[in-house]
Design a protein around this ligand. Structure first.
Ligand SMILES: Cc1ncc(COP(=O)(O)O)c(C=O)c1O
Length: 362
């Protein structure tokens, strides 16, 4: 078997054990004589899997019975629109904190549904390199919610501590750091996350809503776009992405078996330190534009002295079995994604490669 060390930003790496288990299960899932893809979403076996996945998600996130978990389609991008559609109105706006491309997209989508405001925007010289300080947030005490992106996949920044928003519930896009950090959920009303970084393959988006917030959702919506309608049907309103839910359950079980989110958080810190240490000790050969306390533990972005050198590095890395490290097309440079399924061993090997490359070319 030939496997590369994959550091792509999304779809991200999956645990090898999960891929192998899925391979074994595929022709005959749970002795049904059929694959999960050929199983009815109304069957006893699927409904059991569906409920077990919802429960495991809540268990790992430390969510109690006051939370509802939905498995939806259309990615986080659909949530950029569905969220405001469900909560805003002509006189009901939300606050958005802009820290990168994804939060801008979320904000732009929200403006179709209500008078949303920008509570802070850290863009400088066309790019984002930091998270705002609490003192920079201009929040509306009457906002329906306050939205932020916990980890900025493209710019490599991450909120280390959530802002205090008083009685305004926080809404978090956690697509690229879900299950990699423990969170105090006291002020959080809703979390959404596309699966394809830390939860499984692309095709399912998890939305977790505090029931108190769900009770305030608009009800005059087509069923398929209504959180209330999905929740009332235990997220089985229409055919769910059954294979993706199955894969996600395998990933959730894998996280649980490794010690849960607490263990993932420790691992993320260890991996991130290894990569940032190489960058910081390279005498300026590698440059990370993000100040230390704002750096993402999921996506490290950095550049080399010039583009040609970056191309050389990417080619040499590929030849050595390291892939997925080119930066986002809007930003250039390099990006190393260190999601949960990227092993410490992979990061140690990549760090050694980067160190060696800098020594030879610096
Ligand atoms: C933080 C964040 N939010 C939203 C998205 C969009 O997700 P999707 O492509 O599933 O719609 C991404 C994709 O990379 C992301 O990183």
């Amino acid at each position: 078997m030939h496997r590369v060390r994959y550091f792509g930003a999304g779809p991200g790496a999956l645990p090898l054990e999960v891929i192998q288990k899925a391979g074994q299960d595929l022709p005959d899932w749970r002795n049904t004589g059929a694959s999960i893809m050929e199983t009815s979403h109304r069957s006893r076996e699927y409904v059991q899997l569906h409920e077990a996945s919802r429960s495991m998600f809540k268990h790992l996130m430390g969510m109690d019975e006051n939370w509802e978990v939905l498995f939806l389609q259309g990615g986080a991008t659909t949530q950029f629109a569905m969220l405001p559609m469900n909560f805003l109105g002509p006189y009901k706006g939300a606050d958005y904190v802009l820290t990168g491309a994804w939060s801008n997209k979320a904000f732009n989508a929200s403006r179709y549904f209500g008078p949303s405001r920008i509570a802070a925007d850290t863009r400088e010289n066309e790019i984002y390199t930091r998270i705002p300080a609490m003192s920079e947030l201009d929040m509306d005490a009457d906002a329906t919610y306050c939205h932020l992106t916990t980890n900025n996949t493209i710019y490599g920044t991450q909120w280390k501590k959530l802002p205090e928003t008083g009685k305004v519930p926080l809404v978090l896009d956690m697509s690229s750091d879900i299950m990699s950090r423990q969170l105090n959920l006291d002020d959080v009303g809703l979390i959404y996350a596309s699966a394809q970084k830390n939860l499984g393959p692309a095709g399912v988006c998890v939305v977790a809503i505090r029931k108190e917030m769900l009770d305030r959702a608009n009800s005059d919506l087509p069923e398929i776009l209504s959180y209330r309608a999905h929740a009332a049907k235990s997220s089985l309103l229409n055919t769910p992405p059954t294979f993706n839910v199955y894969m996600m359950k395998l990933v959730l079980d894998w996280i649980e078996s490794r010690g849960g989110v607490k263990a993932m958080e420790r691992l993320a810190s260890a991996k991130a330190s290894l990569i940032y240490d190489i960058i910081d000790s390279s005498n300026g050969f590698y440059k990370c534009p993000v100040p230390e306390s704002h750096r993402s533990k999921m996506n490290a972005v950095f550049s080399l002295p010039d583009e040609q050198m970056e191309n050389e590095l990417v080619a040499k890395a590929k030849a050595d079995g390291f892939t997925g490290i080119r930066g986002h097309r809007s930003l250039g440079g390099l990006r190393v994604s260190m999601y949960n399924a990227v092993s410490l061993e992979s990061i140690i090997e990549l760090a050694a490669f980067l160190k060696d490359f800098a020594k030879r070319n610096g």
